[in-house]
Design a protein. Structure first.
Length: 489
């Protein structure tokens, strides 16, 4: 590759380069920033994300391969780049001024956050399984450290160790699957694999089937599909709440993007086999997630099981196996990002103001003590439950409609039943928020909206606006998603 072509390819990954350079700069400046003055590093991290957004915001790219066929520059990657950058900006805003409670207001927190976004972007753009694995490991290693940053807390240490061990275990499955697929096709390039697997009886090659199954196990651990979900509630509960929110949306979106790349681009000839398998996984995941969430009293564990259930709903779009299903998946991931980050944002603010907020009962009286905060939380929970006119309802509608058009009616019926079950535990939180507390006056003082950090308040407003805007006027997001999936079809 000549120098000019190399520079041209670098312009195709400009947001990744900006984020990486900003992370390195934060680490260097952190060595000289006194404790208690880390807020400037948060501002620098946010500036890096905004600068990356400027580098990202351009006409949809001409679809081409970069760096000798290792990465794609296409509309599918463009969509997920924007989603990852928006998520990172919201998490940084919620983190600024709220990390003192966990004693992790450190420069490496923001640097690792940016490094993890680069890993997500590499996963969504990967044209080769080697690059996909590289992005997965960059993402995973950063998240392992972020989960365990409150070193003085036993729960955080336990969560970090569990996530690291099971994450390393899933990476082993993924690598082992790659070796079998390489043996079956002679290449790890997605385009070369698709060409090889479309010939003769190769789709029935036992090495290919075994390799695909092992890849799916690796993906399932990261998405928390049943029965590979065991780590999720403990890790979500023990991690710092901003990182819990980040894992629940951004990591899930990155892995679904990679899964779509692999199964739609490289393994379309195996669609009859993986469709049936995904059907079973979707039913198990949404059912186990919702039933387990019913009995949770810890709100982070409840949202953890909720995220498992939502992975099952998203998998319904994968089962549909059509352009409309894939479009619905992208819309669902975007809607889920804003409504789930918003819900966790309210939890972050309650914890910051009161020093509590782990249990559902800690939110008793929030709707009276801080009407704006209570109303925002209610909207996010309604959206997670799929109640109109919110983003969650629109996302489920698109996904279920695609499955019905693909003749998966029974799967949609089971998904609708699960959605009805989920309404109970979401509305339970709303009822608690609008139940009178024992001492509403003191609660009002402690929940004072004026004390909310301006950065977190801005992030909350953006998440609330997006949740309602997608629910009321979803057409623009649908069109962007529909255009993005053409890169895979």
């Amino acid at each position: 590759m000549d120098g000019l072509q190399y520079l041209l390819d670098c312009t195709g990954i400009l947001p990744i380069l900006i984020l990486f350079a900003t992370g390195i700069l934060i680490l260097l400046l952190d060595a000289f920033a006194p404790r208690g003055r880390k807020g400037r590093l948060a501002a620098l991290a946010l500036a890096g994300v905004l600068l990356a957004m400027i580098g990202w915001w351009r006409p949809l790219p001409v679809e081409r391969e970069l760096f000798g066929g290792m990465l794609f520059a296409d509309s599918f990657g463009f969509f997920f780049d924007g989603l990852f950058l928006a998520t990172a900006a919201l998490i940084i805003l919620f983190s600024a001024g709220t990390l003192d409670r966990d004693r992790i207001d450190l420069g490496e927190y923001y640097a690792l956050l940016l490094f993890s976004v680069t890993g997500m972007m590499l996963m969504a753009r990967a044209a080769n399984l080697i690059m996909l694995f590289l992005g997965l490991e960059v993402l995973s290693i950063a998240i392992y450290i972020l989960v365990g940053m409150p070193r003085h807390e036993r729960k955080a240490n336990e969560a970090c160790l569990k996530y690291f061990l099971l994450g390393a275990f899933s990476s082993g499955f993924f690598l082992y699957g790659m070796t079998f697929i390489y043996g079956a096709s002679g290449s790890l390039s997605l385009a070369a694999m698709a060409a090889a697997f479309g010939q003769g009886d190769l789709p029935h090659n036992p090495y290919l089937l075994l390799g695909t199954a092992l890849l799916l196990v690796g993906f399932s651990f990261k998405i928390a599909l049943v029965p590979f979900h065991m780590w999720t509630p403990d890790v979500y509960e023990g991690a710092p709440t901003p990182i819990t929110a980040y894992m629940a949306v951004a990591v899930k979106a990155a892995v679904f993007a990679a899964l779509a790349r692999v199964f739609w681009m490289a393994l379309p000839s195996l669609q009859p086999q993986w469709t049936n398998l995904f059907w079973v996984l979707a039913v198990l995941t949404m059912t186990v997630g919702n039933v387990a969430a019913l009995v949770q009293t810890n709100i982070k564990r409840m949202l953890a099981y909720s995220s498992i259930a939502h992975a099952g709903y998203i998998l319904v779009a994968v089962v549909a196996g059509s352009a409309q299903g894939l479009t619905g998946m992208l819309v669902y991931l975007a809607a889920y990002t804003f409504m789930n980050v918003g819900a966790f944002g309210v939890v972050i603010l309650v914890q910051e103001r009161l020093g509590i907020g782990e249990d559902v009962d800690d939110f008793r009286g929030l709707g009276f003590a801080s009407p704006a905060l209570g109303a925002a939380m209610a909207v996010f929970l309604f959206s997670l439950a799929g109640i109109p006119p919110t983003a969650g309802f629109v996302a489920k509608f698109f996904v279920f409609l695609a499955a019905i058009e693909a003749s998966f009616t029974w799967l949609v019926i089971l998904a609708v039943v699960n959605s009805a079950v989920a309404v109970y535990y979401y509305l339970r939180v709303v009822i608690v928020m609008y139940s009178r507390a024992e001492s509403p006056t003191s609660l009002a003082d402690r929940f004072g909206l004026g004390r909310i950090p301006s950065a977190a308040l801005g992030a909350l407003i953006v998440a609330l606006w997006a949740t309602l805007q997608i629910g009321i006027l979803p057409q623009s997001l649908w069109e962007l998603a529909r255009h993005s999936v053409t890169a895979l079809l």
